[in-house]
Design a protein around this ligand. Structure first.
Ligand code: ZN
Length: 437
């Protein structure tokens, strides 16, 4: 016990995120349907989310909102009735968007519908078939190896009907119409890191932002991957020009270091802000250039939108062995990783909110700081030498051309230190805000 309130508050955040992930984990989500809706309903308890329903068949850019998939039961049994694979035991057992079937299937035919991971024989793979009319099961290699009967009874009680695609949207209004977009996919069934960790961190970030007034308007979307972002973009095309910064959040709970995938632009404000926070954290991290693969940044960064949206992760999709398998479960989650992901996102948010242009009111020669009590003001902080440097850098660069973030980058000081020194100078009437032309 360190007895320090900041530390225990952070640990409370980790516990709260773990609890949310554990609650959401058993739900069988998909790109449409009751599991996704149920998930959004649970998030609605924590943040005032609006749930949108977009009817099946609605054209969205080059795509169409699919029919709604409902899965009630699915199992493979021996002909004596013994169940050997059961959706009720693990929701990854069903190939997502499988059509209904109820018949005895010869093993040779059945094999063509079974998906396993031979190299990790105790893990169940996660497979989908959203836009192809078929059926199938995912099972462990050991389950498959034990299947030696000539035929099995196969039951999938599922339906594909006209319904709607659901997504959740939370708008935290700021003082300006400029927007920050935070996007998470919420369409994966029992997978913890790839899906639920990003959702949990996003919810906590939203709660953090709602506690104080913000300058920018923050928009959080919880959407089914790909079709959800396409749907959101199609419905909000006229408004996307307001997005100044954006992040897709995913895979934020594993033990790996942070990986940031840059926006397509590569030099957007968000790209520089994230790099700044990661560099000053002193923690290992990786920054990767944009590629047109991965999560919904593919849609936000398509050339017709080219939004300043990067992807904030720990170990990226496809780069950890448990990815898209039953081993991406609660045991893979590290509360400390969730806490660290959230803490870094709060720092990025603080730059987005706190970056601004100021002009010195005393640009001819250095103003006399001691007379204004500024050294004493900053004296309570741990490194007085650096704080003095922060004051001097700001006074020197506050020519109305350099933003506080540009000053942080040029001085090599962390943004938070520049921001708090700027606040001290504002309080001493030495800085005035500049509204960009
Ligand atoms: Zn995934």
């Amino acid at each position: 016990m360190d007895g320090e309130t900041g530390g225990s508050a952070v640990r409370d955040d980790g516990a709260a995120m773990m609890a949310l992930i554990a609650e959401l984990y058993p739900i069988c989500r998909s790109i449409t349907g009751t599991g996704l809706r149920h998930t959004l309903g649970i998030l609605q308890r924590l943040v005032p989310l609006t749930i949108h329903e977009v009817p099946s068949g609605t054209p969205v850019l080059d795509w169409t909102v699919p029919q709604e998939w409902s899965i009630r039961a699915a199992h493979i049994s021996r002909l004596d009735g013994t169940r050997i694979v059961d959706f009720a035991a693990h929701n990854l057992h069903i190939l997502q968007y499988s059509r209904a079937i109820d018949r005895v299937v010869p093993l040779e035919e059945l094999r063509g519908h079974l998906h396993t991971l031979p190299e990790t024989p105790d893990w169940i793979p996660y497979r989908t078939s959203y836009y192809r009319d078929t059926w199938g099961f995912c099972l462990t290699q050991r389950q498959l190896d034990a299947m030696i009967d000539p035929a099995y009874r196969v039951v999938i009680d599922a339906s594909l009907t006209d319904g709607s695609l659901s997504y959740g949207e939370l708008v935290i209004p700021g003082a300006t119409a400029d927007e920050v977009l935070i996007s998470c996919h919420a369409c994966h069934p029992s997978l913890a890191n790839d899906n639920l960790a990003g959702i949990a961190v996003a919810v906590m970030l939203a709660q953090h932002l709602m506690r104080s007034p913000q300058r920018l308007t923050w928009r959080f979307v919880f959407i089914p991957g790909t079709i959800g972002s396409l749907t959101w973009l199609a419905r909000n095309e006229a408004a996307v020009g307001r997005i100044r910064h954006g992040l897709v959040l995913s895979c934020l709970g594993d033990a790996g270091a942070i990986t940031y995938k840059q926006s397509r632009r590569g030099d957007a404000g968000i790209d520089r802000f994230v790099a700044h926070v990661l560099r000053h954290s002193g923690d290992p991290h990786a920054i990767k250039p944009f590629i047109p693969y991965g999560y919904d940044e593919r849609q936000y960064c398509s050339p017709g939108f080219n939004l300043p949206v990067g992807c904030f992760m720990r170990t990226p999709n496809g780069e950890y062995p448990e990815y898209h398998t039953s081993a991406d479960n609660l045991a893979l989650m590290r509360p400390a990783s969730l806490e660290d992901s959230l803490a870094k996102l709060k720092q990025i948010a603080a730059i987005i909110e706190g970056d601004a242009l100021y002009r010195s009111r005393n640009p001819k020669g250095e103003p006399q700081l001691g007379r204004r009590g500024l050294y004493r003001t900053m004296g309570g902080l741990s490194d007085a030498g650096h704080d003095e440097m922060a004051l001097l850098w700001i006074l020197n660069l506050a020519d109305g051309e350099h933003s506080l973030f540009a000053m942080a980058e040029r001085s090599g000081l962390p943004f938070a230190q520049i921001r708090s020194a700027a606040d001290a100078l504002i309080a001493a009437d030495l800085l005035e805000p500049v509204t960009p032309a």
